[in-house]
Design a protein around this ligand. Structure first.
Ligand SMILES: [Zn+2]
Length: 123
């Protein structure tokens, strides 16, 4: 994680807005939206699995998100996206799928919870 600072983001409704930058944000902000669209994004965690039909595919992606000027909740949260369509698995592929899903449940999700807690939202 990098040191937190403040970035200036161009918005269509409030001009240049100073945005305090959390340490977990990758620092990429679109300069084309409303102030309420300003969004902090953390690194994407991807769970990949080997399929018979398409080789290695992304099964799940997750990342820390915050809209600091949202008109709704401004608290950080984690998005979890189960990606893609159905795939074909061999027996070895199913073993890999099982290992990835267990790893996601027992390692990745707890790590995301810790990152979310560190970002200021504990529930
Ligand atoms: Zn940011």
């Amino acid at each position: 994680m990098s040191a937190a600072g403040t970035v200036a983001v161009q918005t269509t409704d409030h001009g240049v807005v100073p945005v305090p930058e959390p340490s977990w944000c990758l620092g990429v902000h679109q300069a084309t939206g409303f102030r309420s669209d300003v969004c902090h994004l953390g690194r994407t965690v991807a769970v990949k699995v080997q399929t018979r039909c398409h080789g290695e595919v992304v099964l799940v992606e997750a990342c820390l998100v915050q809209y600091p000027y949202s008109t709704g909740s401004r608290a950080p949260y984690v998005t979890v996206d189960f990606v893609g369509d159905g795939h074909e698995y061999s027996d070895a592929g199913l073993r890999g799928l099982s290992e990835r899903l267990v790893g996601f449940a027992l390692e990745t999700v707890p790590r995301l919870r810790a990152e979310l807690a560190a970002a200021g939202e504990v529930r």
